[in-house]
Structures are given as structure tokens and as C-alpha cells.
Design a protein around this ligand. Sequence first.
Ligand code: AHM
Ligand code: MG
Length: 354
Amino acid sequence: MAQEFITINRHISIEGRRYPQATGEFTSLMSEIVLTAKIIHREVNKAGLVDEITGFTGDVNVQGEEVRKLDQYADDLFMHILKYSGHVCAMASEEAEDLVRGPTYVNSGKYVVLLDPLDGSSNIDANVSIGSIFAIYRRVTPPGEPGALEDFLQPGRNLIAAGYILYGSSTVMVYTSGRGVHGFTLDPSIGNFILSHSNIRLPEKCGIYSVNESYTRDWTEGVRRYVERCKCLERDDCASSFDGKTLEKPMSSRYIGSMVADFHRNLLYGGIFLYPGTKKKPNGKLRLMYEANPMAFVIEQAGGAASNGVMDILDVQPEELHQRIPLFMGNRDEVELLENYIKQYDLKEELVGV
Ligand code: AHM
Ligand code: MG
């Protein structure tokens, strides 16, 4: 029997048809994101062969970070393709200080899109996995007017779709539109993403913790104690001093430094990802709107949770486009346990970025 090939476009279109009021615009918008992903995949695979892919542009972005050539390429491409799609009235990106609007005819677009066009880009030149992240909201301002900041500053709870593309050992696109999490692997021989991971659920066991441990001395007490507990250092019997819950053995430490790659592995294997605030930087590094929120939507749809240490990421009311937030996400039990450590040890010190 022939293998059933469900392309991502077909999957999105079937999902879209479940809504009687659907006009096909969402399906069409997602197709533009799929196209962009394929082009970035093509360029990523030239790294090392052509000079345009590796190295820096010489510019510094709004975050104060040096811009890499592929960061710039991915940002330009997403912006260009989405700007003229007709479905998006405005976009925001890690690489652009302000929101970006298209020609006036796109003012009728129903949606706004937030992007981290190339996450983990410090890994590009070493052929380590990188990713793109997207988040889609329905606009709140009336169609016909230019997209505005208020269309973006909505809690993650209002997202209508989000996901990521991981350029790894193969290129994978994962998305949710609020009805489960689905993963598609790019078959380069036919140029299409094919359903490979239907309705992904986090495994029950959380065997991995992912954090940059070089910052340990700057962590708050609660985070430090929680990570010690992941390593069974907290008590000889691997029990949490908190709730007495016992680990069979220390968890494995895995940290790539590309959030999309760390996240994807933990999603498939079970794990917790941490990017805490520190005493000097209480809000940490990662951005709420285009890094934390989309991943939080995916992890929640897969049965997990995402928190800033105090509350669910998806319930945080954003105040600005590029705001940073401490981020803890993965298996729900572990995220809740970590929140309890923070409550016990840190909240009195008012060190977490909330
Ligand atoms: P970027 O968006 O500029 O690439 O930065 C985000 C990346 C994440 O992918 C990753 O989790 C984190 O930065 C790594 O930071 P650090 O080197 O501080 O651990
Ligand atoms: Mg990023």
C-alpha cells in the first residue's frame, strides 16, 4: 500500500475547514510561512559553501546584538513574503525596533505576525541546529486601518497559531492552532513538509533539564536549589526537599544554546527548559512576544506548561514588543515544582522579573 503523504498545506487546510466562518485566509497565511521556511532551509544548507551565509553584517540590532548575515537574510525574507501576502496588516520581529507595515492594501489583513526569524544564530557558523519562531494573532483594531501596537500587545492566550521551524538533522516544522501540536519533516526530494509527528504529547517522564549552568552564581536561590534537585544534589536519596517527590536518578543535562532545538528535543523526549532571570538581569534574556509566547502555546497544547516562575506565560499581559521574561517550560509537574521553589526561596527577595 502506498504511504499516506499528508502535506503541511493539506493539514492546515483541513484544520481550517473545521471552522464554518473560515475564509481560507489563515490557510493562505500559513502557506506563506511554509514557503519562507523552505527557502531558509535552502540557504542554511549552503552554510560553508557561500560567503553570504556565515559571518556578520557589521550591524547591531535593537537588542544590541551583532547581526549575522543569515539573521538578516531570514528577517528580510519573512518580512518581504508576509508583507505582500495581503493577510497580515503588520509584523514584528526580533530584528526590527518597531512594527513593520506593508503597502496600504494590506490594511485589510486580519492578522499580525511576530517572528524570531533565526533563533540561536550564534550556532550558524558551527553547523549547529537553529530555528525560526512565529506567532499569529487576530488583530484587535478595525480592518482597513493600519496595524497598530495594540494588535500585538495581547496575552499569549489570544494566539490563534504559533510554531517553529527547526533546521536540524532534517528540517522540521511544528505548529499548533489550538487543536494539538503537529510536526512535519521536509522531504527535500519533493520540496514538501510531510506529517511525521501527529498530535505530539510530552512523554510523562521528564528526564532532561536544559539550562546554561555557567550563570549558576547569578541565579536566585530557588532556581539554584531546583537545578540541584535535578542533579539529585539536594538530598542523597534524590528526593525533593520540597514535596518529597523522588527522582529515580539525576536528570540528564542537555543544552544546545538554540532554544528551538532544546525545546524540540525536550518536547519529544520529556524535559524542562530554563532561562531564568538573574540578580543583575531579573527578566533574563528571552523575549516574551516572539520567543516565550509561541513556545508556551506549543508546550501547553502538548500537555506541558510554561511559566515565568510565578504565573503562566500565556497569561502575562505584554507591555512592549521586545520585553524580556524569565522562561521555564516543559513537563507540567516539573514547572509547578520549580514555581514552588521560587515561591519558597525567591519571592521574598523580589528577585524574579515579574
Ligand atoms: P537569539 O534570538 O539572539 O539567537 O538568542 C536566543 C538564544 C536562544 O536560542 C538560546 O536559548 C539562548 O539565546 C542562549 O543564550 P545563552 O548563550 O545566554 O545561554
Ligand atoms: Mg531568538
